[in-house]
Design a protein around this ligand. Sequence first.
Ligand SMILES: [Fe+2]
Length: 271
Amino acid sequence: MTTERHTILHISDIHATDGELLYGQVDGIGRLYRVAQYVAEAGLTPEAIVITGDLAQSGHGNAYPRLRNAFAEVSSLLGAPLFSTLGNHDEPAQARVLDGHAIQHYRVIELDRLRIVTLDTSTGSIPSDQLDWLRAVLAVPYGWGTVLAMHHAPVPSPLPALARRGLGNSAELAAAIKNSDVRLILAGHYHHTMSAEIAGIPVWVGPSLAYEQIMNAGPHEVAGQDSAMFSIIQLTETGFSAAPVSLLSSTPLFTIPIGQATVAGRLPSTH
Ligand SMILES: [Fe+2]
C-alpha cells in the first residue's frame, strides 16, 4: 500500500554494553526500548527503523546477541523493519549475529517507494569493492529515490577535535553518488546533530542515543554529556524533513489540549 510519505525512525550510536553501564550510567539497549515506547506514544508509525552504527561500545562484543533480540522486539513493537550499519566501535565478526549481517555488513532494501542502502564504514572509509557495488546498485533508479545509511558522516564536523574524524574517502563517495537517485544520507558518529550537503545531496547527521558532544570542550579534547536523542525523518516524493527528538525529559512546563489552544485562537507563546 502506498502512502503520501515514508517515515524513518533514525537512531544512531547506541554504544550498547555487556554487563556494565556505559560511563556508569548509560544503558543503550534500555534506551532503545524507550525510543520504541516514545514513538508509539507519539502516534508515529514509521515505515522503517534505521540505526547508523556504533551499535555496541568497543570491547563489548557480547552485546550483539542482546542487540539482535532488542532489534527484533523494537521492530515488532513498531511494526516496521529495522536495518543497521556498523560504526568504528563495532566488531564486524561478532556483529554477524545481527539480522542482515550474516554475510556482509551492507545491503540494499526496497521499501514501498524508497530504496535504502546501508554501507559499512567500520574501518572509517568505504572500501573500493563496496563503492563498486554501490555504483552498480545506483545504476538503476528506484521509486522516489535512495536513502544512504552509514555511520561516518561524509562531511567534517565544525568541532576542531572532530573535524578530521569523518568518512575517510568522502570525495570518492561524492563521485559515486553524484547524479544518482540518492536524495538523502543518514549518518551519525559525531554525537552532535548536524545537517550538511555533499554532491548536492543533503546529509543528516543524527544525534546519539548514548551521549552528546560538549561543544566547548576545547580543540584538544572531546567530552560527552548524558543525552539520549533520535530523529524522525519523513520523506515525500519531492522533499524531506528531519526532526531531532530528546528521549530524556523533565517535567512538562505546560500541557494544553491542542483543541483548547486552537479555540483560544493562539498556541502557547513558545510555538
Ligand atoms: Fe559513537
